[in-house]
Ligand binder design. Sequence first.
Ligand SMILES: C[S@@+](CC[C@H](N)C(=O)[O-])C[C@H]1O[C@@H](n2cnc3c(N)ncnc32)[C@H](O)[C@@H]1O
Ligand code: SF4
Ligand code: SF4
Length: 303
Amino acid sequence: MLANMVTFYNPAKVLLYLKELKEKIPVFMEIDPSYLCNHACLWCRYHHPNGVLPLDYMVALLDKYPQVRGVRITGGGEPLINPATPQFILECSQRGIKTGIETNGGLLRKDSIEIIGNNCQYCRISLDAATIETHRRLHGSKGDFERILDNVRALRETKLAELGISYLVVDENVDEITHLAELNLPVSYIHFKPIIQGVNRQTQKKALKAIKALEQQVSYPLIYGRLVQDHFHRPGLKCRVTALFTRAAADGKEYVCCEHVGEEAFLRENWDGSTERCASCRYAPYNEVLEIYYTNTLSHEFL
Ligand SMILES: C[S@@+](CC[C@H](N)C(=O)[O-])C[C@H]1O[C@@H](n2cnc3c(N)ncnc32)[C@H](O)[C@@H]1O
Ligand code: SF4
Ligand code: SF4
């Protein structure tokens, strides 16, 4: 109940799980059902060998971590290339586990839309363009932009609570940010993000100006905090949050977090807690909250 009242992305959420943190019990799982992808984005940070998780394996993870309350289905590659992904969503739902899915949207079909719409908390589509040409160029897709837009509209017809768009900002798509208004996207938000390889200052400046202009034209919120200040790991900051989750990758192994998928040293059973090789870290704000909580012991009970 309390967890529902804390907003998405609010790092203070970790304070709801202090008991689990102490006992190192995962309450959250990220899963890559597939390393394969139907797109080939210019920036994709995930270049992994073939790998698709069988349904039995994914379900067994739920048995292994009975305290998991939320599952983020992502990649790796494209989660919907794995035909078992919708069934896995149903399995989570039947167990009362909340799910969210991140997808490029090209493989959504009537049945998967229905299952996602009826059982997921959120669905986030990585669109990254406002025109078919730019989408084709950046996503290396064969022109499924219009179909993706149709899929977004179809998802809106379901009872899905949160339907988001993700837009990675690069030199090639910064000039069409304002054109997103023309698409009349029926979405809950658009999240503008930098690529981990970095966004140059000029592009960042252009993007912020365009986002401000877009804000005047659309009725949904635009999220762009990470364009201004991305999450970097602070040297010396202890990584505590990883006790609360696991990243099940499509190679059938579990890693401590999404930033280190494929690295032997960051397999859950191998990791020694070292953060020397951590640069970008989407979990840095959570670790900062925990650092404050555990080190500033005098003020726990006061505002
Ligand atoms: C790897 S994809 C997996 C799910 C699905 N294929 C998709 O694109 O939504 C998950 C997210 O990672 C993001 N991503 C991929 N490469 C990235 C990079 N180099 N920098 C920042 N984000 C990246 C994508 O934009 C996407 O929103
Ligand atoms: S759609 Fe997702 S997984 Fe596929 S290439 Fe693009 S970012 Fe990578
Ligand atoms: S990137 Fe490093 S600091 Fe961040 S969650 Fe992963 S292991 Fe921890």
